[in-house]
Write a protein that binds this ligand. Structure first.
Ligand code: USQ
Length: 400
C-alpha cells in the first residue's frame, strides 16, 4: 500500500489522536492541527478527561519511542481553522492527499447552554469548515476532504429507513434522487447539516471530492496502538462532552447510578472507537472520484438507551461491581420512544467489519476506567445533567 499524506484537523481529540497513531503505524504520513478548544471547553464545564492526557508534543515523543518504525510519521502545529492564513499556509506546506476534518465543537448539550454557546458552536463549525473548503480549492484542489458529520443530521423522527445521504422519490408523477431530509435536534447537529450543504455545494461548484461521514455515537477507551498510558486518548464523562455508553461506564466505575434520560427508548446507532478508526482508514484509503460528494452512514449496531444501561449493569455485575440504574428527568427536547431504521452498507462494501461486541468493549472500558476512578470521583458533580435545553426552548411544533 502506498502511504498517503493525511492532515488531521482536530488531532488532539478523542478520535483525532487515535486515528493519527493508527494511520502512522500503517505507513501513512500524518500532520495534525488543533486549537486545544476541546480541552478548554471541557474545563469550562468543570470537567477533565478521565484518562490523563499529555500535551501533543509529548504524546508524539512517546509515540516515536514506542513505534520506532513509524518515528517521525506524526507532525503537529497548534492553530485554528478560523485563522484562514494559518490553515491555508499549513496545507500549502504539507500538501495532503486527504484532510480528515474532526476539528469541530462536538457537543449537543454544550451548544444548547445559551445564545453564546449556540453562536460559538455554529460560528466555529460552519466558518471553520468553509475556510477549509476555500483552502482546499486554493491550494490542493485534488485533495480528498473526509469530513466528520453525524447521524444526528437526519434526526430521530422519521418512519422511513434512513439512506446514505440520498434517496429516490416520486413526486407528482416524476422521479428524482435528492438529499434525504435533515431534521437535526440541537444547534450542534444543525451546524453539521450546514457543513454538509456547504461541502455538497463546493463539490458541485469547484469539483472538489469529499466523503461526508454520518457517524453514530462512538464508545471505548482505547485502540490497539495505545500500549502505554501516555498514548491513551481522552475520555469524557461529563454531561456535555461524555456520550451515552462512555458516561454509563464511568458512572459504573465510581458506583454512581446509571442515568438513562426519561423513558430511555431513545434509539441511536453506535460503534466502538476502534471501529470508527477502521472506517475512517477505509475511507482515507478509498477516496472518491474528483467532483464526487458521497455520504457514508458510519455505525455498527442500533441500541435503545435502556438496553445500553442494562448491558453496562450486567457486564459490571460479572466483574463483581454492584451497579444500579435510576432514570432521570430528560434534560433534552427529544423523542423518548421512536422508530429508527438505518441503511449502512457503503463502508461494509469497502471491507468494514466490526471487530468486537458491545459486551467485550464495555468489559475493556470498565477495566480501564477503574484505574482512573479517582480522577472521575474528583469531578463527579459534572455527571448529573442540567435543564439547559428546556429553559431556552419549547418542544418543536411542526406545521405539516
Ligand atoms: N443519554 C441518556 N443518558 C445520558 C446521556 C445521554 O439517556 O447520561 C441519551 C440522550 O438523551 C440521547 C442519547 O443518549 O438520547 C445520545 O446522547 P449522547 O450524549 O450520547 O449523544 P449526542 O448528544 O447525540 O451526541 C454524540 C456526540 C456527537 C455526535 C453524536 C452522534 O457528542 O458529537 O455527533 O453523538 S449521533 O447521536 O448519532 O448524532
Amino acid at each position: 500500500m502506498n502511504g498517503k499524506k493525511v492532515l488531521i484537523v482536530g488531532i488532539d481529540g478523542y478520535i483525532g489522536w487515535s486515528l493519527a497513531m493508527h494511520l502512522a503505524t500503517r505507513g501513512h504520513s500524518v500532520a495534525g492541527i488543533d486549537n486545544y478548544s476541546r480541552r478548554r471547553n471541557v474545563a469550562k464545564v468543570g470537567s477533565v478527561s478521565a484518562t490523563p492526557i499529555r500535551e501533543m508534543d509529548e504524546r508524539i515523543h512517546v509515540f516515536n519511542m514506542a513505534y520506532p518504525d513509524a518515528r517521525g510519521a506524526i507532525a503537529f502545529k497548534e492553530g485554528d481553522l478560523l485563522d484562514y492564513s494559518f490553515a491555508r499556509d499549513y496545507i500549502k506546506w504539507f500538501k495532503p492527499d486527504t484532510i480528515v476534518h474532526l476539528g469541530e465543537q462536538p457537543s449537543a448539550p454544550f451548544s444548547m447552554v445559551d445564545r453564546e454557546h449556540a453562536v460559538y458552536t455554529q460560528h466555529n463549525n460552519v466558518i471553520g469548515n468553509l475556510n477549509l473548503l476555500y483552502a482546499i480549492k486554493e491550494v490542493v484542489p485534488d485533495c480528498h476532504l473526509l469530513k466528520l458529520g453525524t447521524m444526528g443530521e437526519y434526526g430521530y423522527d422519521t418512519e422511513l429507513e434512513i439512506p446514505e445521504g440520498f434517496f429516490e422519490i416520486e413526486y407528482k408523477g416524476k422521479k428524482a434522487t435528492i438529499p434525504f431530509p435533515r431534521m437535526a435536534g440541537s444547534w450542534y447537529h444543525w451546524s453539521k447539516v450546514h457543513d454538509s450543504n456547504n461541502i455538497m455545494f463546493a463539490c458541485r461548484l469547484w469539483g472538489l471530492r469529499s466523503t461526508d461521514v454520518m457517524q453514530g455515537i462512538v464508545y471505548g477507551t482505547r485502540t490497539k496502538q495505545m500500549i502505554l498510558d501516555e498514548l491513551l486518548t481522552r475520555f469524557d464523562f461529563d454531561e456535555c462532552f461524555g456520550t451515552a455508553i462512555n458516561r454509563f461506564c464511568a458512572q459504573a466505575a465510581i458506583g454512581h447510578k446509571l442515568t438513562p434520560y426519561g423513558k430511555g427508548g431513545q434509539t441511536r446507532g453506535y460503534l466502538a472507537l476502534t471501529d470508527s478508526i477502521q472506517c475512517l482508514t477505509i475511507a482515507t484509503e478509498n477516496p472518491p472520484e474528483k467532483g464526487e460528494y458521497r455520504v457514508f452512514n458510519q455505525l455498527d449496531t442500533v441500541y435503545k438507551i435502556n438496553d445500553l444501561a442494562k448491558t453496562v449493569q450486567q457486564v459490571a455485575g460479572k466483574k463483581g461491581m454492584d451497579v444500579e440504574i435510576e432514570p432521570v428527568d430528560n434534560p433534552r427536547v427529544e423523542k423518548e420512544e421512536h422508530h429508527y431504521k438505518v441503511k449502512a452498507e457503503k463502508l461494509r462494501n469497502l471491507g468494514f467489519r466490526p471487530t468486537r461486541t458491545l459486551e467485550e468493549e464495555v468489559d475493556i472500558m470498565l477495566t480501564d476506567l477503574m484505574r482512573f476512578k479517582k480522577r472521575i470521583l474528583a469531578k463527579k458533580e459534572v455527571i448529573m445533567p442540567k435543564p439547559y435545553w428546556k429553559q431556552v426552548s419549547q418542544p418543536p411544533i411542526l406545521t405539516r
